[in-house]
Design a binder for this molecule. Structure first.
Ligand SMILES: [Zn+2]
Length: 170
């Protein structure tokens, strides 16, 4: 038991050192204005090489390199059964099917996450556009963007890359 505790302490020290030396991670944290902790306080941190081993090239391009899948290509667009969408990288539950709607954009769209802290939102000013980026709260994987033109009750449109998610029927 003592050994487990001391190795946990070592991991914690390593993580806090890593955070201190990584200023962009610090900036990202500041951008997560909601300030929410991930579900269960759980974080998944892996190196790029480790992610490459467990993700397909398409998943890696979206989740780790902020890519965007081609509109209309995700099989998840056609999911209309009761169930849950999970992060393809860390299996964090992200969206319930009942909050999915037909946005006509070619990307799976939802009006709210399954729990308030399932995802985090950060500012994304790439490509000359000001957008709100949506990332998985547990592994920080890029999922898509959120816009203010969604349906009731939230008025939000979470525009997700299907390749970044998996679906499981209830
Ligand atoms: Zn994740």
């Amino acid at each position: 038991m003592k050994l487990i505790i001391s190795s946990l302490t070592a991991v914690a020290i390593f993580i806090s050192l890593a955070c201190q030396t990584n200023s962009s991670a610090k900036e990202n944290t500041a951008l997560y204005e909601q300030g929410q902790t991930p579900p269960g306080g759980k974080k998944v941190v892996k190196t790029n090489a480790e992610w490459k081993k467990i993700l397909t090239p398409d998943q890696y391009a979206v989740l780790r390199e902020h890519g965007t899948e081609r509109a209309g290509t995700s099989p998840l667009l056609n999911v209309h059964e009761d169930g849950t969408f999970y992060c393809a990288a860390c299996k964090n539950p992200l969206f319930a099917e009942k909050t999915k709607f037909e946005s006509g954009t070619g990307w799976p769209s939802f009006y709210e996450p399954i729990t308030k802290n399932a995802v985090k939102v950060a500012k994304d000013n790439s490509y000359g556009m000001e957008r709100d980026e949506v990332v998985c709260a547990v592994c920080d994987g890029h999922l898509g963007h959120v816009f203010n033109d969604g349906p009731k009750p939230t008025g939000l449109r979470y525009c997700m890359n299907g390749v970044a998610m998996t679906f499981q029927k209830k």
